[in-house]
Unconditional design. Sequence first.
Length: 342
Amino acid sequence: MTVRGLGLALAVAVAWALPAAAQAPLTFKDKTVTIYVGSSTGGGLDTFARLTARHMGKHIPGHPSVVISNMPGAGGGVAAQNLYNRAPADGTAMAISFPSVIIDPLLNESLRRQYDPNKFIYVGNANAEVLVCMLRNDVPLGALEEFRQREFVIGATAPGSTTYDFPTMANGILGTKFKLVTGYKGSRDVTLAMERNEVQGICGLGWSTVRVQYPEILAGTTFARVVAQEDLKGHPDLTAKGVPMMLTLARNDEERQAVQMFYSQNAFSRTFILPPGVPEDRVKMLRTAFMETMADPDLLADAQKMNVDVGPSTGEEVQALVKHMYELPQPVVERVKKAMGR
């Protein structure tokens, strides 16, 4: 063997012999992590994004700055497409958007040309949201069956948002008569429109958002009330007050299965997402940092002051839920497609 060949062989041997601990640790020092929010400021997504951003940097090696960039539009689709097609796949860009970003391409396969939810990488979910319907106090409602008997004017943002999709699904499957008034920029704009008596109510609004905006609503001292829970299990605070489940309007097993499939998206209503292609070591690091952030005493103290629930699930759990949803029997998916006009 030549001297040069011997030197190369020795270099390779030394490299293989180096312990993992001797390799440079992964760090985000001097970097900035941007969280793109698929809604305007002031709503539930924005609330969770900013709560997380205030505390997550200290749990990421290198302690990077974590900043918010609101990117509303197309029910969160603008933020999703930006993340999927343009954001750097190095862990410095993530997004939080409406669950419709995940479920809509299941109901409309053409959307998968813009982004594929199964190829996103999920960091974790901050809270499994319970969505609700609210009505002004001067709008009478004796029982949920009345939603099928007369028209209710409901404010909404745009197709793809929960405030649009949830009442649309109820109309198509459960036979409700919600008349949607769309075009509002965010859920906060809709609730303000309710206060001005422009619309009678809102559906598909997160209970955590309601608690932040109207902390006295269960005491009956605000202008509106929660009249239904759009969820599979419901929230203990609402159930204790006797707020009924919209699912009880299902008239047969076919309707019940379709509604259950649609409501299952609540399990990832506050999900943080990475673009495809982020290296595995960075994914693992960010998933660990996310769960540490959700358990951070400072974050939990902030959440308590804001009257916000924090109930995290791991990125692996969310990834499995999304995979399961895309493997549902086609007849169930087709029933929801028909209801949504997709």
